[in-house]
Design a protein around this ligand. Structure first.
Ligand code: RIB
Ligand code: CA
Length: 321
């Protein structure tokens, strides 16, 4: 069983990842921390409570709010992709009696910060805790700066972010999570902590189309299937207008899939660096992934392939179970 902490900026694809993780018996989610990224951390924390309310959980993971802005760069968000509230504007939906269609879970937010909760969880589960990073790496880099001794006991960080042989999704060269906080990514990549990177090169291989989502959910009429349909529409509309198909990439669900179905994925070791200052290349992740190169001083595992069909099959089997 994997003990994990999820650091997240929900975010439509973050929501799918969180639901998949919460419905995966192989994973024990000890804690969830939020960070500014797709939306401000205050909104991200509200969104997390909305997501947790979708499941009848007997107990909630510990939840704590993290950093509201990147280490150095001004915060760049992605409401244009994920909707004004970051969850496809479902927070505006009401039942006939006027009550919220998607209320918040009755789950306390910890009085300690997200950064301190990360440190506390590593201290509680040394060498065991896996940190799954689904947003900018701000919280994790500040935790490493604050208590490097303790943070050396992280089992590993598995992060969605970066891009190598594909195009970026914010600029031509940069993926959103690393673009938002390149200084945090630089800190984490050079910290000595075992890093597993899940870049756009692999997440772009997995497309959830509107057609597939309808086909998978039409036999259901429950809270979960309605949430999957209603929370993803804004994102799919953005893709239709800007990417050319009605659907979207389920980026953040893939790190969860690597933990539950590792045989569906392929990775290589590499030495990864981050550009933090370039005018055209800020947030660019740089590595030589050509398998025949002898990797001097590798600092990361980089995922390069996934069996997309089998991953999506396993995703729907779990999330609609
Ligand atoms: O580039 C995709 C990543 O940026 C995903 O984590 C998405 O949620 C956004 O945070
Ligand atoms: Ca995210």
């Amino acid at each position: 069983m994997n003990r994990i902490l999820i650091d997240t900026d929900p975010g439509v694809d973050d929501a799918l990842a969180l639901l998949l993780a919460l419905k995966s018996p192989e994973l024990h989610i000890e804690a969830i921390t939020t960070v500014s990224g797709n939306v401000h951390v205050d909104q991200a924390t509200q969104n997390l409570l909305r997501i947790l309310a979708l499941l009848d959980l007997s107990e909630y993971p510990i939840v704590a709010k993290g950093k509201s802005k990147p280490l150095v760069k001004p915060l760049v968000k992605a409401e244009h992709v994920h909707g004004n509230d970051g969850l496809g504007n479902i927070s505006e939906l009401r039942n006939p009696d006027g009550s919220p269609r998607y209320p918040l879970a009755n789950c306390d937010i910890s009085t300690i910060s997200g950064v301190d909760l990360i440190i506390e969880m590593v201290r509680r589960f040394p060498d065991e805790l896996v940190i799954v990073a689904l947003g900018p790496l701000t919280n994790i880099s500040v935790a490493i700066q604050k208590d490097p001794e303790c943070m050396r006991r992280i089992n590993s960080v598995i992060m969605m972010g970066g891009v190598f042989s594909d195009y970026g999704n914010v600029t031509t060269t940069a993926e959103f999570n690393v673009y938002v906080d390149p200084h945090a990514a630089h800190e984490v990549f050079n910290s000595g902590v075992p890093i597993h990177i899940v870049p756009l090169d692999v997440t772009h291989q997995v497309i959830l189309t509107g057609e597939r989502l309808i086909a998978e959910t039409k036999a259901f009429n429950d809270k979960m299937s309605k949430f999957l349909i209603e929370s993803t529409q804004a994102c799919m509309e953005f893709y239709r207008e800007n990417v050319g198909f009605y659907g979207f990439h389920v980026h953040d669900a893939l790190p969860i899939g690597i933990l539950t179905h590792p045989h569906l994925f392929e990775n290589v070791t590499a030495h990864v660096q981050v550009e933090t200052e370039g005018n055209l290349t800020s947030g660019m992740t740089v590595a030589d992934l050509r398998g025949d190169r002898v990797n001097t001083n590798p600092n990361a595992n980089v995922y390069i392939n996934v069996d997309s069909d089998k991953f999506l099959d396993s995703f729907f089997q779990r999330i609609l179970s």
